[in-house]
Design a protein around this ligand. Structure first.
Ligand code: GTP
Ligand code: MN
Ligand code: MN
Length: 396
């Protein structure tokens, strides 16, 4: 006897931005496998293959229940030959031989460890591997020149590779909020990135800051950074103009008022005091055994055998700050909420289906040769001819 509901094929629209993808994933074994292959492709600078695996994983994340047989996948979009082979292997044998051998490979392991250092990308890691550097010990011993970001990344390696909890994100949010209103009264701050999508942990915390009066946000970022720095909250920061429009991801549109758009990649020092300041009872129970702060010179890396392993009264957390003029706020909010694949699919939809160019600054209609204004995310979805998808359902 065949259970018809089990073999009934799934149906899913082809762009991730046409779908509702919550954090409830019924196919984690399959999506973890495809995500690992995506990650491996990205680490090997094979971006095309990476996107293909990401899209395949995203289709499976959108399914209402676990995949039980290959026949259910008939007609689903974005499942190429390679992804189907991986899925089949897992359904039939419980695991994919390709995924397992990738996980075990020295090259993958080395790429993971090295790109786990903040400031180290696939290209740098590849160069180091070719020079015989496969782990942190070898990196320390052979001592290639590190830039400022990489030095900070190495120094705080353990902390930065620990997931950030929502309560840590909230504690940092309170500090940033305080900084924002002291340097520019009336400005306000929004949590963006994965935490806005409802994730319980993240690799960093992302904030978007604006002021309701256009132009008042000019110069805000340097002031904000100085305030945070003077209070000892920043272990590292690099403030830049947003050059995202010039990147290969988005078509460059006239940049008239866009040069004010700024962002800051930072490493935040979150102390137990800040954690306690928040209204999260779980952080109150922490036993604050204080160890002397040796001036930020200690490596949290356990390479230094002279340092007693264990507790310091703070942790390092990656924090991204973005400042946007109010006229671009909705685009910045949409563009920085993610997920990365959801964003990529929105831009692909805009370009391929609507002949529009979407960025985190603006939406340009190529047919009408004009910018389409929006003051909310809902309006942007409407311009794009898409049903509104709330942040918690953008977890593609
Ligand atoms: P975790 O931090 O791992 O929890 O996930 P996340 O979704 O928050 O990822 P991340 O912090 O890396 O990025 C948040 C959002 O910002 C994603 O949607 C990215 O697409 C977007 N983003 C990241 N870098 C840039 C950038 O340089 N420019 C723009 N416009 N967006 C970016
Ligand atoms: Mn994030
Ligand atoms: Mn981020």
């Amino acid at each position: 006897l065949v259970n018809l509901s089990e073999v009934a094929a799934f149906s899913v629209p082809s762009y991730a931005c046409q779908r509702r993808t919550t954090l409830e994933n019924h196919n984690t074994v399959l999506t973890d496998a495809l995500s690992l292959l995506a990650e491996n492709a990205e680490l090997s600078e094979e971006d095309g293959r990476g996107v293909a695996f990401r899209r395949a994983a995203a289709v499976l994340k959108a399914l209402p229940k676990p995949v039980a047989s290959m026949t259910q996948l008939r007609g689903l979009p974005c499942l190429g030959e390679h992804s189907l082979r991986v899925i089949k292997d897992i359904l039939e044998n419980g695991a994919s031989s390709e995924v397992e051998s990738t996980k075990q490979s020295e090259r993958y392991k080395a790429l993971k460890v090295l790109t786990g250092i903040f400031g180290v990308g696939a290209r740098t890691a590849d160069r180091w591997i070719r020079d015989g550097i496969h782990n942190l010990r070898q990196l320390q011993d052979s001592g290639p020149t590190l830039n400022r970001a990489q030095q900070a990344g190495l120094e705080h390696y353990d902390d930065l590779n620990q997931p950030v909890s929502k309560s840590d994100a909230d504690a940092i949010g309170e500090v940033v909020e305080k900084a924002v209103v002291s340097v520019l009264p009336g400005a306000h701050m929004t949590l963006i990135g994965g935490f806005r999508r409802g994730k319980l942990t993240g690799h960093d915390v992302d904030f978007l800051i604006t002021h309701p009066e256009e132009g008042r946000e000019v110069g805000l970022m340097p002031k904000l950074v100085s305030w945070l720095e003077s209070q000892g909250f920043l272990l590292y920061q690099k403030t830049t103009r947003n050059s995202y429009l010039e990147s290969k991801d988005g078509p460059a549109r006239p940049a008239s008022n866009m040069d004010r758009f700024e962002r800051c990649f930072s490493i935040f020092k979150l102390t137990k005091e800040e954690k306690r300041g928040t209204k999260h009872p779980e952080t109150l129970t922490e036993n604050g055994a204080q160890t002397p702060d040796n001036g930020g010179l200690d490596l949290d890396l356990d390479l230094d055998q002279t340092k007693p392993a264990g507790h310091k009264p703070w942790r390092a957390v990656r924090v991204d700050l973005v400042v946007s003029p109010i006229s671009q706020f909705a685009f910045a909010l949409l563009g920085w909420t993610g997920s990365k694949l959801f964003e990529r699919e929105l831009r692909r939809w805009a370009g391929h289906e609507k002949s529009m160019s979407l960025s985190s600054h603006a939406l340009y209609d190529n047919r009408q040769s004009k910018y389409l204004r929006a003051t909310s995310e809902e309006e942007i979805f409407a311009h794009l001819g898409l049903e509104f998808v709330p942040p918690s359902e953008r977890n593609a």
